[in-house]
Write a protein that binds this ligand. Structure first.
Ligand SMILES: Cc1cc2nc3c(=O)[nH]c(=O)nc-3n(C[C@H](O)[C@H](O)[C@H](O)COP(=O)(O)O)c2cc1C
Length: 300
């Protein structure tokens, strides 16, 4: 949540939660519910994303979380991990067109927020059924379709197929969100031009790079500019997760903020401290070191 909210402040148009299994939302409250925390008023439009393999359970889960105030509820039909897809959820839903129809039919009838879905191209190259699934979603009331231009078998390998996103845009009347391999502001424009999609979703390239949402080239920033964001982000993490847990969780982001900079000795120390004052001192030393060396060896 802290990083999502930061991305929103930097210009992201819409935020999704991490996906939550429908089953986890049916019983008593458990730690999974925390994935649905969001900054009211700051992250709008806010999308809650859930997944499952049973339309009735997905509906009951969606009805429970609708009360928390999301703007949209989204069904994940893109997750390729065996644990999820192997039991017919995530991209496994794409092998069950009837389940897709039933899920969207039920949810759009019984929820008052718009219902959307995220899909892949299909299970594998022999079963690229994204157009058929998208039409089923649209016929059953889906308000928007996001497409990650890879099959389940491709996982995150090979280039995403942007031609498929263009074909989807031609095939449906609801807004289409394109996704896959957008790494720079130029890629955002390129995907829009190539596909005609209504919005662009950025995944991996957003880590350590909220500037992509304000269409700023990360490679052009000085380390001092990056340090301003590091402080903001860390403060949000500590406010939300507490001290030092927030600082410890921040380490994975810190590695990414440092990518492209030759400041390993500083990074190594920053990655082990549990003390915020020590962290700040080390960060200042890093800024001085990188400014003195006049090194901005960004490798993008
Ligand atoms: C570690 C990891 C976790 C992800 N979790 C989700 C998720 O919860 N929901 C979702 O729709 N996509 C999830 N994705 C997929 C991304 O949203 C996106 O579709 C994919 O990474 C391709 O886009 P990109 O090339 O911009 O990263 C995840 C991807 C990764 C690498």
């Amino acid at each position: 949540m802290p990083y999502r909210a930061l991305c929103r402040a930097y210009g992201s148009a819409m935020n999704y939660t991490e996906f939550v299994p429908a089953e986890a939302l049916l019983g008593r409250r458990n730690p999974m519910w925390r994935r649905l925390d969001f900054k009211k008023g700051q992250e709008m439009p806010m999308v809650f994303q859930i997944f499952g393999n049973d339309a009735q359970k997905i509906l009951r889960a969606a009805q429970r979380i609708e009360a928390l105030g999301p703007d949209i509820i989204d069904i994940n039909m893109g997750c390729s991990t065996r644990k999820v897809s192997g039991r017919g959820a995530g991209v496994g839903m794409m092998l069950q067109p009837d389940l897709v129809a039933e899920t969207f039919n039920l949810l759009t009838k019984h929820l008052s927020v718009p219902v959307t879905g995220k899909i892949r191209l299909g299970w594998d190259d022999a079963q690229r059924n994204y157009l058929a699934i998208a039409r089923i979603m649209e016929e059953n009331g889906a308000a928007l379709i996001a497409l990650h231009g890879r099959t389940k078998e491709q996982k995150y390998n090979f280039g995403a197929d942007w031609d498929a996103i263009a074909a989807l845009k031609q095939a449906v009347n609801v807004p289409v969100v394109g996704n896959g391999d957008v790494r720079t502001p130029a890629d955002i424009e390129a995907m829009k031009a190539h596909t005609g999609c209504d919005a662009v979703m950025v995944g991996r390239a957003a880590v350590g790079n909220p500037w992509i949402f304000s269409r700023q080239e990360r490679a052009r920033l000085t380390f001092s500019e990056i340090a301003v964001t590091i402080r903001l982000h860390l403060q949000e993490m500590v406010d939300y997760y507490g001290n030092p847990h927030g600082l410890i969780l921040f380490r994975k982001h810190l590695r990414r903020y440092f990518s492209g900079y030759s400041a390993k000795p500083f990074l190594q120390k920053l990655l082990v401290t549990e003390d915020l004052a020590v962290f700040e001192d080390l960060l200042q030393q890093t800024e001085v070191f990188l400014a003195d060396a006049e090194t901005l060896p960004m490798v993008s």
